[in-house]
Design a protein. Structure first.
Length: 360
């Protein structure tokens, strides 16, 4: 099932609604950036703002991506899947990987591509019976926090969102045409393109990943839980040799990108674990080898590319949806995945990677 992938235009203000400009940006003679991004708060405050230091010109970042060298047994192939760009607008605040069974457990809105029925409560049987946005019939679920462009402190009803109280009870429902949640407002910007790739391993062959394997990458709460699981994901097209944990300011003609690598090692037994992490692991960044006791599986990489006007980037006017306490922290970027590829397709993916081919 192929969807219409045209990017949704940014909404203009309703007639009679005051739209307050949030961002004051100035490039001083020294080239320094001053910017403020306000999105109805964070850390429980009504007007918390991101820091100007959260936005960095990509040219100021030194190259820092050094892939491991390949050995004689490397699986050098690549398998790509086209699942669209969420053209039909499947947005949800559910996170069925990190918060299964908890409605609106993400506390921010996700883009979803692939599986069409997935919710916090979906069973494996539900997922397997679903239709999909992926051209090859892949029913896997791929989802990530949306990016928003925020030009006003006012919601569509003229009232700022309230910070969650932390009291017991159901989490707040998304509201309004932009699916606002507490401390997350602004117009959702759909990716211009979504590249989903399954990659091999530089030192060994891969085995098929098991059906219904859950994986996540990144850390949605680096402020409260610590940065141990956070990963640098941000870059610009044409600058693949550098990744940063800040929002990039890209040169004219370059797209803002999020490059999100998932674990490529599996414990060989479990499709999930108590913290949703221990059953998988990342390969060593220097050698490419999996930890002892882990099998090498296809590594999922999702690259999200956005057409963001230069003045919006320089003004610090785009940011992630985030947990309230994260203040739209760029280091809180993350991505989630449930493998619902058929056994036949996953075998074909592994064979493609092991034989060094470029497949789809």
């Amino acid at each position: 099932m192929r969807q219409n992938h045209r990017r949704r235009p940014t909404r203009s203000a309703k007639p009679g609604t005051t739209r307050l400009v949030l961002v004051a940006a100035a490039l001083a003679a020294t080239g320094g950036l001053t910017a403020t991004f306000v999105s109805s708060g964070g850390r429980g405050a009504a007007d918390a703002a991101t820091s100007p230091s959260d936005f960095v010109p990509i040219e100021q970042v030194q190259p820092n991506v050094v892939p491991p060298g390949t050995g004689p047994d490397a699986s050098t192939g690549r398998f790509t899947v086209d699942c669209g760009t969420n053209g039909d607008g499947k947005f949800s605040a559910d996170n069925p990987v990190a918060q299964p069974g908890v409605r609106n457990g993400a506390q921010h809105v996700h883009d979803f591509v692939g599986n069409l029925v997935i919710t916090a409560d979906s069973s494996d049987a539900d997922l397997d019976a679903s239709d999909t946005t992926c051209e090859n019939g892949d029913k896997s679920a791929y989802f990530w926090p949306v990016v928003r462009i925020d030009l006003s402190t006012e919601r569509d009803n003229g009232q700022p969102s309230a910070a969650p109280t932390g009291s017991a009870g159901p989490l707040p429902e998304p509201q309004g045409p932009n699916l606002e949640l507490p401390n997350n407002t602004g117009d959702i910007l759909r990716p211009a393109s979504v590249l989903i790739e399954y990659l091999g391993n530089p030192v060994g062959k891969v085995i098929p990943m098991p059906k219904f394997l859950r994986e996540l990458t990144g850390e949605a709460k680096p402020t409260s839980r610590g940065p141990a699981n956070a990963r640098a994901t941000w870059t610009c097209s044409g600058f693949a040799d550098r990744l940063l944990d800040k929002y990039p300011i890209c040169p004219t003609g370059s797209q803002v990108q999020r490059v999100q690598d998932f674990p490529g090692c599996w414990d060989g037994t479990n499709i999930d674990s108590a913290n949703h992490r221990d059953h998988v692991a990342f390969a060593d960044t220097t050698t490419g080898a999996c930890p002892q006791g882990f099998a090498t599986i296809p590594q999922l990489r999702i690259t999200l590319s956005y057409d963001i006007p230069q003045e919006v980037q320089a003004g610090g006017q785009y940011a992630l949806d985030s947990f309230p306490e994260e203040d739209h922290n760029p280091a809180s970027d993350h991505n989630d995945f449930i493998n619902v590829n058929s056994a036949q397709t996953m075998h074909r993916i592994a064979t493609c990677l092991n034989e060094g081919e470029d497949c789809r």
